[in-house]
Design a protein around this ligand. Structure first.
Ligand code: SAM
Length: 249
């Protein structure tokens, strides 16, 4: 897949998962350049439809919200709010902590944690993480107000009605890295769901502002299809498949 937007290859080491930003245990980190490319493709599609200005970005399977936090740091000016949820209550504190780092107070708290680890253990990795936190802090404070952040626990596959949590705060772009591979599986609190992708897309319809887009990353076994969406883009990157969809109502 040729990159169209994330053309340069800056050193992303300050954003590496587990350094300053946190990753959920056992989950491979979402590739930073790919996250940036997909987000910018969505923004370009919006612009092509005459929609400009910062967006509300959502992810109903956010895990530790690592890729959302990366986007918040790389594309702050294009993001006005981030709405993140996951079925697993254990990852929610990580998501909150990662997204808090988009504000000076949050990155300062993380810096303090890293400084304490450095004082206690003095490992070179702690010194590197501390230096990375300082550089990220200067990025954060150079930017305008941090985006609004909302993080909560929700089953994205629960039967959709007007009270479904994921539709409570509509968004302009959903960018979700759904469960696939050896590291994460679809879970559902209610009855078995035979086609999780279809259910997810159905549930996202009321969660989108007019002109809203859904970017889904999965393995190629999961078919990201739904008759109420048009497929705008589809591309493969290694084992991953990325699809950008727009509701056709
Ligand atoms: C690949 S991980 C997402 C990792 C995330 N992109 C990150 O950067 O940290 C997929 C997530 O989907 C969540 N998940 C599985 N079933 C779900 C459901 N029914 N509703 C919401 N989240 C679900 C898992 O708990 C897991 O955190």
């Amino acid at each position: 897949m040729p990159y169209r937007f994330a053309l340069d290859r800056p050193v992303y080491s300050d954003l590496a998962s587990g350094k300053v930003l946190l990753a959920a245990r056992g989950h491979p980190a979402f590739p930073i350049r790919l996250a940036s490319e997909i987000f910018q493709r969505c923004m370009a599609v919006r612009e092509g439809s005459g929609l400009t200005g910062p967006v509300r970005l959502g992810d109903p399977c956010c895990g530790a919200a690592y890729h959302l936090a990366v986007l918040g740091l790389l594309h702050r000016a294009s993001i006005r709010a981030i709405i993140a949820s996951d079925i697993d209550p254990d990852v929610i504190p990580l998501a909150e902590k990662n997204l808090a780092m988009l504000s000076a107070a949050g990155i300062d708290r993380r810096r303090e944690e890293l400084a304490a680890m450095h004082r206690e253990f003095g490992k070179p990795s702690h010194a590197e993480a501390l230096a990375a936190a300082d550089r990220l802090r200067s990025v954060v404070i150079a930017q305008s107000e941090p985006p609004g952040v909302c993080v909560f626990t929700a089953d994205a596959l629960a039967a959709c009605d007007s009270s479904h949590a994921i539709s409570a705060v509509p968004v302009d772009i959903v960018f979700t890295d759904v469960p696939y591979g050896r590291h994460s599986r679809w879970q559902a609190q209610t009855a078995e769901c035979s086609n999780p992708m279809e259910r997810l897309l159905e549930n996202l319809l009321p969660a989108l502002h007019p002109g809203g887009l859904v970017a889904v990353v999965s393995d190629k076994q999961q078919k990201t299809l739904h008759d109420r969406y048009d497929r705008i883009e589809k591309f493969r990157i290694g084992k991953r498949m990325a699809v950008i969809l727009r509701p056709n109502f």
